[in-house]
Ligand binder design. Structure first.
Ligand SMILES: *[C@@H]1O[C@H](CO)[C@@H](O)[C@H](O)[C@H]1NC(C)=O
Length: 163
C-alpha cells in the first residue's frame, strides 16, 4: 500500500530588513536535522543578500520604465516591483520566502510535496501581526520573544503536520 503523502512544515526563520535573524523555530517532531546557530546566521545573511540582488534583476524592456502607465481602461497601472528570490528547492526540502511590506522576510522550510505554502505562510504572517506586532513590548527589528506567538505558531503547524 502506498502511504499518504506526508506534508510537513520543518522550520521557520524570520529575517529583519537588515538581514539579521530575529526568529528561528524547528518543528522537531517533523524531523529535519538541526541547523547550528552559525549556519542559521549565515543562511539568513546569504539569503538576504541573494534576495536583494535577484530583486534588481528584471527584463530589460521594463528596466528603464518603472513609471506608471495608463491601461486601456484609463486606470493608472503601476507595475509590481520585482519580488526577488522566492523559492529554493533541494531534493529534501523546499524553502519559500514571503517578504512583508516593511521588508521582513518569513522563510518557511517544508517538504517538497507541500501544497498551498502561500496560504500557510500568510497565516503565519497573520499570527506575527497579531501576537508580535501588537505586543507593546516588542521592539521592531529585534529578536522575537513572544510566548503567545510561539504557542499559536506551534499549534498551527502541528495541525498541518498531523493532517
Ligand atoms: C533560535 O531560537 C532559540 C529560541 O527558540 C534561541 O535561543 C536561539 O538563540 C536562536 N538562534 C539564533 C541563531 O538566533
Amino acid at each position: 500500500m502506498i502511504p499518504p503523502t506526508c506534508e510537513t512544515v520543518f522550520a521557520l526563520i524570520i529575517i529583519n530588513k537588515a538581514g539579521g535573524l530575529i526568529y528561528n523555530k524547528t518543528f522537531h517532531e517533523a524531523g529535519l536535522n538541526k541547523v547550528g546557530t552559525n549556519d542559521l546566521l549565515v543562511l539568513a545573511g546569504t539569503f538576504h543578500g541573494v534576495h536583494a540582488i535577484t530583486a534588481r534583476l528584471n527584463p530589460l524592456k521594463t528596466a528603464g520604465d518603472r513609471t506608471s502607465t495608463a491601461s486601456a481602461s484609463g486606470m493608472l497601472n503601476r507595475p509590481e516591483p520585482p519580488t526577488g528570490l522566492e523559492v529554493l528547492e533541494s531534493e529534501n526540502f523546499r524553502l519559500q520566502c514571503f517578504t512583508t511590506m516593511t521588508g521582513v522576510k518569513f522563510l518557511l522550510f517544508t517538504d517538497t510535496t507541500q501544497a498551498n505554502v502561500d496560504v500557510t505562510i500568510r497565516r503565519i504572517y497573520d499570527l506575527y501581526s497579531d501576537y508580535v506586532m501588537k505586543n507593546p513590548f516588542y521592539q521592531l527589528e529585534m529578536p522575537v520573544r513572544c510566548d503567545m506567538f510561539d504557542r499559536k505558531l506551534l499549534s498551527y503547524v502541528r495541525e498541518i503536520n498531523n493532517r
